[in-house]
Design a protein around this ligand. Sequence first.
Ligand SMILES: Cc1cc2nc3c(=O)[nH]c(=O)nc-3n(C[C@H](O)[C@H](O)[C@H](O)COP(=O)(O)OP(=O)(O)OC[C@H]3O[C@@H](n4cnc5c(N)ncnc54)[C@H](O)[C@@H]3O)c2cc1C
Length: 490
Amino acid sequence: MATLTESRKQSLRRALEAIVGKSAVLSDREELMVYESDGLTLFRALADFVAFPTSTEQVSALVKLASQEGLPFVARGAGTGLSGGCLPSEGGLVIALSRMTRILEVDYDNHLAVVEPGLVNLHLSWAVGPRGFYYAPDPSSQQACTIGGNIANNSGGPHTLKYGVTTNHVLGLEVVLPDGEVVWLGAKTREPQGYDLTGIFVGSEGTFGIATKIVVRLLRKPQAVKTVLAVFDEINRASEAVSAIIARGLVPAALEMIDQVTIQAVEDAFGCGYPRDAAAALLIELDGLAAGMEAQAAGVVAACMEAGAREVRTAKDEAERQLLWKGRKSAFGSYGRVSPAYMVMDGVIPRTKLPYVLRRVNEIVAAHGLRVGNVFHAGDGNLHPNILYDPRRPGEEARVVQAGAEILKVCAEVGGSISGEHGIGLEKMDYMPFIFSPADLATMHRVKEAFNPRGLCNPGKIFPTKKSCVEVGPGYRPHPIEEKGLAQRF
Ligand SMILES: Cc1cc2nc3c(=O)[nH]c(=O)nc-3n(C[C@H](O)[C@H](O)[C@H](O)COP(=O)(O)OP(=O)(O)OC[C@H]3O[C@@H](n4cnc5c(N)ncnc54)[C@H](O)[C@@H]3O)c2cc1C
């Protein structure tokens, strides 16, 4: 989008204020800078405005205004995304949903809740916990990320091995379409009639419209939980234990791996009880009926010991369980102890390829003169290599991006994918051809155009930019970031 003239900016600001109020619009550069990035700080883009609606009507009015004015707009939840998805990559309006945080309805009999999109994920479980319920999708960022952001990215988390990702827990959505129309997709029941438009909206990374109400499933808390820590002197043995556990027919609720670099960072930050000298540790959680739980735990212990664990222990109480989980869920933040910055990758691979791919990750990163820490959803084969770097060193960011691209290429080559849960956003759009053909991309583009024909809703995301990659449809055009030369990644 061309830069706005000062007079147009003033008149747009007045129009935005008329919708949401004076105190709910930002347009000063210093204030806008707070919204120029998400959890992946490698990318930055400055909006012209940030507006904070408090109702569906206000979101709809903002979107109608943006549509009339030809102003690009993008929804923002908590900004914890790790692919640049909520960045205003062409400027325009950020619609920040952080003031739409209400739980509108809880129906315990039918195990569902209706929530606003800015509700923090964990706050829902806190609200329904006293009645014995919880909301299952648990991204490690759940203390901060919003359910609207989870919907957009179809987020996962440690416990999605057993319970599935966000899409498995969303029944219906109220959506403001990119022309401002408000529609309902799905319903409050499991199998609504017609096309599964809720399913298509979940995971669309904010490019199909803005969710303003979300109907989610609530689950009853499990009767019993057992959390096991298995410690290994060789990372390969930990990888083998992952397959061995699943091969026994056990389905843990969570099966997470954390490597030595990460263990040391976590121990420096929180002292969670992971042995510092271990090459890798598995955090395995079983839940369900109390009957049979001991037998399942014994199966996990045996599988780990047979794979060569040097120590396997079960959390003796809830306090120890919480501490072990704190180490896992705070691992990303802990890298601050060992590196000024990191970039988290999000590849998916078949579980059986773990030993090979982890070796390749280490080789690739070392070849670029960098270090890596791994903490990931091993049971799902969803890797998170975290490439550690110092942005103050000239050329280091470019090497990080290059190493990241090579890692994702390896994931694709072994039959995996370039994103398990963080989305494509800005970060991975040029890697889409690793896994999709031109025909696939053109089809996806047509679906996007059905929802978002003018392309004003979260433009410049998901589809590859490089002219050498592919022409993806009539609406295709190179992204401004490419023109600025920032997309020279692979
Ligand atoms: C420490 C850390 C740990 C993480 N762990 C995990 C993890 O275990 N699993 C996982 O999946 N992710 C994880 N993430 C990534 C991130 O938290 C998730 O992608 C999360 O869902 C983003 O939510 P958000 O509210 O911050 O969304 P934002 O970052 O604000 O936005 C993300 C996307 O959602 C869109 N969006 C936001 N609200 C709406 C709406 N109402 N309607 C339509 N589109 C909308 C935005 O436009 C953008 O495209 C982690 C991030 C961090 C920083």
